[in-house]
Design a protein around this ligand. Structure first.
Ligand code: ZN
Ligand code: ZN
Ligand code: FE
Length: 764
């Protein structure tokens, strides 16, 4: 058999997605030369454009390889090919950027140090030996240093550093790993580290080594990272951890621990294959995993919790610090409780002065404050709990493309926003709680930044229905746009549908702390049926009064009193304060709250499942008051006996109401009778899982859909989630869970965007 004659072919290939600033052009150049093709590759406003000509089979191979062999940080959305008459080009080259107009080439994520850079960092013969800002096209800062687009050095916080000849040569060489690596730097020309205050570096020590020596001796250190400052101390040093807690005014909220590598992580937590993959992923999130009994970590790092958050080093600075310190380090956000993380040097120096013994600083400014991301594996699937550094500004896809550019303003706590055009949506990093004025400013600044980065000029602005949310107020201040109000729990449902590319209909069990309902009351235990364009409330947890309104969220004993009153357990003759809480609550306060609940005075009704967990936590004596939102429920989960199969009666009525009064009566009896909180907790979890399973099965049958969505902050409860998923699976239902976005209110903005796009598309 003879070979067929070689056919010549020319092709114009447009590649869209995250393809700029990630080494895409050198990759195309290398591959095209290997395939003996001629032509060129360049960046343009839409992404990367390739003209390739040569043997037809080789051109086809290149087209196939572009998405398949793309560099690690690239993410190819589409490869569009049109035929072209061969021009007779003599070679293949990278040519200058072309075109003007709307920039939509995407900004990448901040990526963990790659293996090549790590090897150079640790190689005494390399010119970047121990240089804490080593990076290349495959790794390093992006989102946190970008001021404007298009993404190049002059528009980043690296603009002030002029490359030395050696760095410039790498930057200009298409064959080099640092070709057009915008933050390229070395000890001769790049950012520098210094240690300020407290511990003067010895003559033989560099700043990292001196900082590590201070840490080893028990110091609390402020460390400037990628998206902000951390506070660090040895995780195995009880005194240091106690000092950090005291100075930070953070009584109980768990700290994350940074470990040198996966082996060190396995000494602290049990890791499944999936968890280890998540830990080592390029986003390097904090991964919550089950703590080992023999973990050498001070108890105050994560009091009560069965899980521990571990994270691997994601910058060269972290790698050096962990290696030099020789022990796992607490790495918690550099702030006092409830404030946003510090990221500007002057601000950090002031705010951290009373907390840190010394500051490990550098002179590369952080443009975008970004917290660490938090993730875990639950019910066999990886799930993001806080979406920030390393994941943002990763793009999500809307199942119904937005006919007009839009902005969705999200919720109020754990705030995020989302900008979108056509089917592309960019959800912001976790911004924080909008009660704080500085956080509200970050929110407004962030919106402006995203609108510019992604060239979105919103004509539609979506928002929550809650009139008192700062995000709602912000949305309504935007003039000349169409406003779309989206009910909170419908947004939760839509967010999960949309991240899975679905429209619905589905049954949603949407359980959270609180969200503004269609009837103006606080919802939070909702059984919804619907899809992107709308949903109906097919059932909910029986509502009870929330005595003292929002204050009840931080004072679970108020919810215990309210539920006892609702359950008829708390008549005038019965002591208002359950036995487990005597001592924690003054009797006269208990009387007042019970009276409020009985009369409905200053006790707005709520159907919140989060508050039901609070009530049982208080009843069982686990916690009467909280230092952070959700603490009571989290601690109740932590101590549940996972082997106990008993369940309280949580009654699903014919009208779809879940009546928890019998549950409360049984839990109160158990608590009064001295039943261990571990059993009380297990019986609550099992009851909610079983009732949810039964309710979802019934609604799925009635409405002819097999799909169930679990969303809302309550589903961050792993025990509840896994029990419920197992039940739903055994009933043959199809389950969609929050994965790329949090279960809680961090997903609301994306849900609002999906709903607003679908409504705008429908012209309704
Ligand atoms: Zn690298
Ligand atoms: Zn240099
Ligand atoms: Fe919510």
């Amino acid at each position: 058999m003879t070979a067929p004659p070689l056919a010549e072919r020319g092709a114009a290939i447009r590649v869209t997605g995250v393809v700029q600033g990630v080494g895409f052009r050198p990759f195309v150049l290398r591959r095209a030369r290997e395939l003996a093709l001629t032509g060129f590759v360049c960046n343009d406003v839409r992404g990367v454009l390739v003209h390739a000509e040569g043997e037809a089979a080789a051109v086809a191979q290149l087209i196939a390889d572009l998405p398949a062999l793309a560099p690690p940080l690239a993410s190819v959305d589409a490869v569009a090919v049109s035929e072209l008459a061969p021009s007779g080009a003599a070679e293949f080259a990278i040519v200058g950027s072309r075109g003007a107009g709307e920039p939509s080439a995407l900004v990448g994520i901040d990526a963990a140090t790659c293996a090549d850079c790590l090897a150079e960092l640790l190689d005494p013969a390399d010119r970047r030996f121990r240089y804490p800002f080593t990076n290349c096209t495959n790794c390093g800062p992006r989102f946190t240093i970008v001021r404007e687009v298009p993404y190049d050095r002059a528009r980043t916080t690296m603009a002030a550093f002029t490359m030395c000849p050696a760095c410039q040569a790498e930057y200009d060489d298409p064959a080099d790993r640092r070709f057009h690596a915008q933050p390229n730097a070395c000890p001769a020309c790049g950012p520098r580290l210094r240690l300020a205050g407290g511990v003067p570096p010895g003559p033989h020590l560099d700043a990292v080594a001196a900082a590590a020596a201070a840490l080893r001796a028990g110091a609390v250190l402020g460390v400037k990272g990628l998206g902000g400052y951390h506070l660090a101390c040895r995780a195995d040093d009880r005194d240091a951890v106690a000092r950090l807690r005291g100075r930070k005014h953070r009584e109980d909220k768990p700290f994350a621990v940074m470990v040198a590598d996966a082996a060190a992580a396995r000494e602290l937590v049990h890791l499944s294959v999936e968890e280890e993959a998540l830990l080592g992923s390029v986003a390097r999130p904090i991964v919550l995993a089950r703590r080992r009994d023999d973990a050498r970590v001070a108890p105050a790092v994560a009091p009560v919790h069965r899980e521990l958050g571990v994270v691997l080093p994601y910058t060269p600075l972290h790698h050096l610090l962990l290696a030099d310190a020789g022990a796992p380090l607490v790495m918690t956000s550099g702030n006092r409780s409830d404030e946003p993380i510090a990221y500007r040097d002057e601000d950090a120096a002031e705010r951290l002065s009373g907390i840190a013994d010394a500051l490990l600083l550098h002179d590369r400014p952080i443009h975008m404050r970004t917290d660490d991301s938090v993730a875990r594996v639950a019910a066999g699937r990886p799930a993001v709990l806080r979406r920030a550094r390393g994941l943002v500004p990763g793009r999500l896809v809307l199942p119904v493309p937005a006919p007009r550019p839009l902005l969705a303003c999200g919720a109020h706590l754990k705030s995020t926003f989302c900008v979108a055009k056509d089917d592309r949506a960019w959800v912001s990093h976790h911004i924080g709680d909008l009660d704080d004025a500085a956080t509200r400013q970050s929110f407004a600044d962030g919106v402006a930044h995203f609108e510019s980065l992604f060239a979105v000029a919103p004509e539609v602005v979506a928002h929550d229905l809650h009139p008192d949310y700062a995000s709602t107020a912000y949305a309504l201040e935007r003039d000349g746009v169409r406003h779309v109000g989206v009910q909170h729990h419908h947004a939760h449902l839509a967010a999960v549908l949309a991240e899975h590319g679905e429209h619905g209909p589905a049954v949603g069990a949407i359980f959270d702390g609180s969200g503004f309902g269609d009837d103006g009351t606080a919802w939070g235990g909702e059984l919804l049926v619907g899809g992107l364009r709308g949903s109906v409330r097919a059932g909910h947890l029986l509502a009870v009064g929330l005595p003292g309104g929002d204050r009840a969220a931080r004072q679970p004993w108020r919810m215990a009193a309210a539920w006892l009153v609702a359950a008829g357990e708390q008549g005038p003759k019965v002591p208002a304060v359950p036995r487990a809480l005597r001592g924690a609550v003054r009797p006269q306060d208990g009387e007042v709250v019970c009276t409020m609940a009985r009369r409905g005075f200053s006790a707005p009704p709520t159907s919140s499942v989060g508050r039901l967990f609070d009530a049982v936590a208080a009843l069982s004596g686990v916690r009467a008051t909280c230092s952070y939102e959700g603490q009571a429920a989290i601690e109740l989960e932590a101590l549940a006996d996972p082997l106990h199969g008993g369940a309280y009666p949580l009654v699903l009525r014919a009208d779809g109401i879940l009546d928890a009064r019998p549950l409360i009566r049984a839990a109160a009896d158990d608590a009064e009778g001295g039943v261990a909180p571990a059993l009380v907790s297990a019986r609550l979890h099992n009851a909610v899982a079983q009732a949810t399973g039964a309710a979802c099965a019934r609604l799925a049958e009635e409405h002819g859909t097999p799909t169930v969505v679990l969303a809302g902050g309550v589903w961050a409860n792993r025990l509840l989630l896994e029990r419920t998923v197992a039940l739903l699976q055994s009933l043959g239902l199809r389950i969609l869970l929050p994965e790329r976005l949090p279960a809680g209110d961090g997903a609301i903005s994306f849900g609002q965007a999906a709903v607003a796009a679908a409504l705008d598309e429908a012209g309704s």
